[in-house]
Design a protein around this ligand. Sequence first.
Ligand code: C2O
Ligand code: CU
Length: 540
Amino acid sequence: KTIPSIDFVLNETSYTRLCSTKKILTVNGLFPGPALHVRKGDRLIVNVQNQGNYNVTLHWHGVKQPRNPWSDGPEYVTQCPIKAGANFSYELIFSTEEGTLWWHAHSDWSRATVHGPIIIYPKVGTNYPFPKPHAEFPIVLASWFKGDVMEIIQTALANGGEPNISDAFTINGQPGDLYNCSKPGTFRIMFDFGKTYLLRIINSIMNEEMFFMVADHNLTVVGMDGAYLKPIKTDYIMITPGQTMDVLITANQSLSHYYMAARAYAGVVYDNTTTTAIVEYNGNYTSPLTPVFPNLPNYTDINAVTNFTRRLRALASTQHPVDVPKVVDIRLVITLSVNTLPCANNSCDGPNGSRLAASMNNISFVDPKVDILQAYYKQIRGIYQTNFPSVPPYVFNFTADDVPDNVLTPKRGTKVRVLKYNSSVEIVFQGTNVLNGAENHPIHQHGYSFYVVGFGFGNFDNETDPAGFNLVDPPEMNTVGVPTNGWAAIRFKADNPGVWFMHCHLDRHMSWGMDTVLIVKNGTTRLTSMRRAPSHLNPC
Ligand code: C2O
Ligand code: CU
């Protein structure tokens, strides 16, 4: 039977925010972009026409795309860019995901404006594992820059310094009441007293983790990253770039209006402004002039991050079982560092004239000239090397302050890790503090979701920490926030053959090289092997 298809036309469209007008790259003229609505197990073809000015690719974040890396999208990893004026068709294959995911551009910084929700309903005849909400609202958090985002990252990479910080955060495209010239457009939703609503929250922000709250209302988190959770009742959530959370909210407060608001948890570079939207009850009443404002955690409140994150548990029900590997075949330890590279005449904008970089196991990823998938498939030599290290090159106190940068000057390279089909993999991500730059790094794995079996602070201890792993109901995610000055451990079964990008979802770290690629080899049968290449591949 034929697979349904839709058109995504990329073009530059004028938008006015913060008192100034500029052209931004959009899909079908929309910011945020259009939502895809599917059911678990569906397929969908998205025909992309690039009528913009830049190279672009699209990625379907959290959609596992079984055996189909051809449609995954990261530029120079699974495809060459779709050049201005060119087309490309993606075939999306939904398998086990259910809940909320999202799509976004995956070349340079175009994802700042090119992104939208993916809503995956249960199969016909099955239901949510919670009472059906009265209505649903996607809540897309994003960053707004007054400048041109492609210029911002290209300038930063050319000069070696920090890219500009965003000028606002937005909720569904709107900065909200607290920013200049933004009040009339503030996003609002209407509540009927007594009803329960589902918020599908997506963190599409470029460089910051976010706290999110609705004043005076409890939130019940029931899912994240396209998988269900045991319900968590909380007054705030913390969500990293890349993550999605499904949150129930019941309209049980007095008839009035309330702010929903989001602001950053501190990174090294941060925008500490607050974006707002308004929740308003239907009815006849006189409300205070200003909506009630929520008491968001402070932007440095690491305890608020931990207290929320450690409550995340998989639903682990009969219908939604957990399948975490109990025994591990392959163990990797991957350090995450922001560091520096030397710069000719010390003339760059990084510390002491250096160039800012980022790395995994001290390898700063370099985009190849031809995408890795094509090179792997056609056995083109010299595009990438298969010696990404399985342990860090130096062992010391990674989270101490002032780890000398000279022992940790990264090597540049396009190094990947090859995994046998169906091996059980454990990866421990170890945060470091090389430039006094400890941060929460949201690490995203393409082609998979994984179980987060543990996290902690300081250096991961191979002798004692594994004893505390949760192998019963670990949360399933595609993006894990590796704690500031700490570590996180994930497990998954490498049962999706292909070429899969893994990277920090803070875009400046991704651009600086905190990336690698896992190549999962084919199994022995056709159904355990990658699909054949589609007939049309874009040239590099
Ligand atoms: Cu949300 Cu590599 O992507
Ligand atoms: Cu990072």
